[in-house]
Design a protein around this ligand. Structure first.
Ligand SMILES: Cc1cc2nc3c(=O)[nH]c(=O)nc-3n(C[C@H](O)[C@H](O)[C@H](O)COP(=O)(O)OP(=O)(O)OC[C@H]3O[C@@H](n4cnc5c(N)ncnc54)[C@H](O)[C@@H]3O)c2cc1C
Length: 399
C-alpha cells in the first residue's frame, strides 16, 4: 500500500493551501465579527481569483467545468479548504449547493440544467435543500407533512420546512414533498424545484442558531409553502423518487462533511500548538511546557491522523463501489469524525483560555457551528445503530 500523494495532486493541494492561508484567512475577522453579508463582496472577488487560478469546482467533473477530482483526491483538497469557514464557499463546493449540483447533474432535464445547474456551477446563484420539517422527525424523513398535489399542469405545495441552510438569498429550493401518499413509504415523496419569489413560497425567518440568526448563506431558513404553485415540469427526476435521490445526495454529502471536518480539526490543532508556544504563563514558561497541554496535543494529533485515514478509506471505497457499497464506512466516519473534531476544538479552546471564546479566532465559530455535525445528515445514534446492526448481522450469519 502506497500512502504517498502523486506530485500533480500535491501541487494542487499546495496551491489550495496557499490560497486559503493568504487570501481567505485575512477575511475571517470581518466574517467572524460582522457576518457573512459583510464579507460577501470580497468573497465574490476571491471566487473570481479561484476561477482564474483554475481551482474552481474541485468536486465536479471536467465535463461540467470542474477539476474532476475523485473522492479521495477531493478529500485531501477539501481538508485544505475546511481550515477556513469560508474555504468551501470560495471554491464553490459548499453545502448545500455542492449536493444540489450533484443531483441536478444526475437528474435534471436539459431545460432544468440550463435554468438551475449552469448558473449554480458558475457561482452566479445559490440554492437550498428543503427536506426537514419542524413538526416531523428529520431522523425519519419518509414521514413528512409537506404535500404537493397535482392540479392541471401544476403542483400545489403546502407545508413547513426549517433548517434549509443557505435559504436566505437562494435562487431556488430543492423541495421534498409528498406527491404519492398511497405509495410505499420510500416512494411517497418527490423533489420539486421551487424558484424563490414564487407566490406562496414564504421565507419566514432564519432560525436563531447558537446565539445568532446568521445571514445569507450562513443561515438556516424557515420556509412556509402556502398554496405554492409550480409547473409540473419542475419535478426533479421521477415522481416518487425523492427519497432515493435524497439518499444518493446524502452519501457523498456525508463524506464531504467529514473531509471538511478534518480541515476544521487541523486548523484548531494548528492554533492550539501556536498558542501553546506563544502564550507564557510565567516569564520563560510557555504553556507548551505543561504536560496537560502536551497530552492534548498528542491525543489530538493521533485522533486527527486516525480520522483522516478513515475518511480517505471511506472515500476510496465509495470511488470504487458507490454510496451503497460504502455505507458502513460512511456511517462509521460520520459520528467518529464529528466527535473527534469536537474534542480537538474543545482542547484548542481550553488552551486559548478566554481568547478561545472570543471571535478573535475562528475556534468559537467552529465550536458553535460544527456541533450540529453530530445531528444533521443522520444523528450519531442513528449511524451507530445502523452500523452496529450490519456488523451484528454478519455475526448472526456465523451461527
Ligand atoms: C446546522 C444544521 C443544518 C441543517 N441543514 C439542513 C438542510 O440544509 N436541509 C434540510 O432539509 N435539513 C437540514 N438540517 C436538518 C437535519 O437534517 C435534522 O436536524 C436531522 O435530520 C435530525 O432531525 P430532527 O432535527 O428532526 O431531529 P429528530 O428526528 O427529532 O431526532 C432528535 C434526536 O433523537 C435521536 N434519535 C432520532 N432517531 C433515533 C433513532 N432511530 N435511534 C436513536 N436515537 C434517535 C437523535 O439523538 C436525534 O438527534 C440541518 C440541521 C442543522 C442542525
Amino acid at each position: 500500500m502506497d500512502f504517498s500523494i502523486p506530485q500533480p495532486l500535491q501541487d494542487l493541494l499546495n496551491r489550495a493551501r496557499q490560497f486559503v492561508e493568504t487570501e481567505l484567512y485575512p477575511l475571517e475577522p470581518l466574517f467572524l465579527q460582522q457576518g457573512f453579508n459583510a464579507v460577501e463582496p470580497e468573497l465574490q472577488e476571491k471566487r473570481r481569483k479561484v476561477k482564474q487560478l483554475g481551482l474552481w469546482l474541485p468536486q465536479i467533473s471536467k465535463e461540467h467545468g470542474g477539476l474532476g477530482l475523485n473522492l479521495v483526491e477531493h478529500g485531501l483538497f477539501s481538508a485544505e479548504l475546511g481550515k477556513s469557514p469560508v474555504g468551501h464557499y470560495a471554491f464553490n463546493c459548499q453545502a448545500p449547493d455542492a449536493g444540489n449540483m450533484e443531483i441536478l447533474i444526475q437528474y435534471a432535464n436539459d431545460q432544468q440544467k440550463k435554468k438551475y445547474l449552469e448558473p449554480l456551477l458558475a457561482g452566479e446563484i445559490r440554492s437550498c435543500f428543503a427536506m426537514t420539517e419542524p413538526d416531523f422527525p428529520g431522523s425519519n424523513p419518509v414521514w413528512m407533512g409537506t404535500t404537493a398535489v397535482k392540479d392541471g399542469d401544476s403542483y400545489v405545495i403546502n407545508g413547513r420546512k426549517w433548517y434549509a441552510s443557505g435559504g436566505e438569498g437562494a435562487a431556488f429550493a430543492v423541495t421534498m414533498a409528498v406527491t404519492n401518499p398511497d405509495a410505499p413509504p420510500h416512494e411517497r415523496a418527490s423533489q420539486i424545484l421551487v424558484p424563490a419569489g414564487t407566490p406562496g413560497f414564504i421565507l419566514e425567518t432564519a432560525t436563531p442558531f447558537m446565539g445568532s440568526r446568521g445571514e445569507g448563506w450562513a443561515s438556516h431558513a424557515e420556509i412556509r409553502y402556502d398554496n405554492c404553485r409550480v409547473p409540473r415540469e419542475n419535478l426533479l427526476g421521477p415522481e416518487g423518487g425523492g427519497f432515493r435521490i435524497a439518499q444518493e445526495r446524502l452519501g457523498p454529502g456525508r463524506i464531504h462533511h467529514c473531509m471538511r471536518w478534518i480541515g476544521v480539526s487541523e486548523r484548531a490543532f494548528d492554533l492550539m500548538c501556536r498558542r501553546a508556544i506563544e502564550r507564557k504563563i510565567a516569564p520563560d514558561r510557555p504553556l507548551a511546557f505543561q504536560q496537560f497541554v502536551q497530552g492534548w496535543i498528542a491525543e489530538s494529533r493521533a485522533e486527527i491522523d486516525a480520522a483522516r485515514l478513515a475518511v480517505l478509506h471511506a472515500a476510496w471505497v465509495m470511488d470504487r463501489e458507490g454510496s451503497k457499497g460504502a455505507r458502513d464506512e460512511v456511517s462509521l466516519i460520520k459520528f467518529n469524525v464529528a466527535n473527534t473534531m469536537m474534542r480537538v476544538l474543545d482542547r484548542a479552546i481550553q488552551v486559548h483560555g478566554g481568547l478561545g471564546f472570543s471571535d478573535y479566532t475562528p475556534l468559537a465559530l467552529f465550536y458553535r457551528n460544527e456541533r450540529a455535525g453530530r445531528v444533521y445528515d443522520g444523528a450519531d445514534e442513528v449511524h451507530k445503530i445502523s452500523a452496529a446492526k450490519r456488523i451484528l448481522k454478519k455475526y448472526a450469519g456465523l451461527g
